[in-house]
Design a protein around this ligand. Structure first.
Ligand code: 0O2
Length: 270
């Protein structure tokens, strides 16, 4: 196939990867904005390179004209989570979405592959709107923990280096490392509640401080210097005491002061 035709064929896959990556990033942002824990840490997306498509097609005896039908991971999304439990929460999110249809599901988390590889795989059908038509394409979504991703990425590069002929001493080391990853994920799951709580309160504290600083910044333009100095001194005092309850109360009082100035300046405008 000519390069130009490959580019045409791959265009909707690039579109799908961009759109789906953005949609899962919105989930992260919406969770943060709502002060909720996000089951997703980050999202990555890629379109398989032409050489990698050709290599897979050759390995599996797939003809060029069958590539789109039979290679289901031309478009690939990787969703990275902190904990194994999050993988299953993300799996439910994917199953319940109305903009993609799950056509295949493989749980390599509960039952790892022979290599030790663990990850949860979906093949979904996703509709892309092109300039004058729409096209349904297949997209692979891999959901895994940070630890599984660490292992998978390293093992993948070694597999690439040895092209399926990995020396025994390396594959057995990797298998042992996969076992350590499984233990690590289990250990982390046992303290998930504590970690989630700590991260939530860290995020909430961050929001409180950011809002206070934003309000102080806005007051610079409208309040008098003495008042601002007083507010700032109080803020530093509370900040140093690390008393988040007091800082929250102070933030609420500052909201009222800032709101008052806004009303005043609006009245002056009238
Ligand atoms: P790349 O370079 O990541 O794209 P099948 O559907 O069973 O005929 P397929 O499509 O290989 O065959 O499905 P499978 O086994 O679910 O694997 C899909 C993808 O999962 C692979 O794509 C890898 O990304 C990943 N994967 C599967 N097994 C392993 C493994 O043992 N180690 C690592 N590191 N990754 C794995 P590609 O096209 O092989 O690679």
């Amino acid at each position: 196939m000519e390069t130009r035709l490959w580019r045409e064929m791959l265009a909707p896959y690039y579109e799908a990867v961009d759109e789906i990556t953005m949609k899962f990033n919105h989930i992260i942002r919406n969770c943060h904005n709502a002060g909720e824990y996000s089951p997703i840490v980050r999202v990555e997306g890629r379109v398989k390179t032409i050489s990698s498509i050709l290599e897979k097609a050759q390995k599996k005896g797939i003809g060029i004209n069958e590539v789109e039908n039979r290679i289901k991971d031309i478009a690939g999304i990787r969703i990275i989570c902190q904990f194994v439990e999050d993988i299953y929460n993300v799996a439910n999110i994917i199953r319940n979405r109305t903009d993609m249809k799950v056509v295949e599901e493989r749980d390599y988390v509960t039952k790892s592959k022979e290599s030790g590889y663990r990850s949860y795989h979906f093949i979904v059908e996703y509709e892309v709107n092109l300039i004058d038509s729409a096209k349904r394409i297949k997209v692979e979504i891999q959901v895994r923990t940070l630890a599984m991703n660490f292992w998978g990425t390293i093992e993948h590069s070694l597999q690439y280096k040895y092209r399926g002929q990995m020396p025994e001493h390396l594959s057995s080391r990797l298998y042992a490392a996969a076992d350590a990853i499984l233990k690590l994920d289990n250990e982390m799951s046992s303290v998930r509640g504590e970690i989630v709580d700590a991260q939530k309160s860290m995020h909430q504290n961050d929001v409180i401080i950011t809002e206070i600083l934003h309000n102080i910044n806005s007051l610079y333009g409208v309040a008098n210097k003495r008042e601002i100095d007083k507010i700032q001194t109080e803020f530093y005092r509370l900040y140093e005491s690390n008393d988040m309850e007091m800082l929250n109360r102070f933030g609420n009082e500052l909201d009222v002061i800032a709101e008052g100035y806004r009303v005043q300046s609006l009245r002056e405008d009238i």
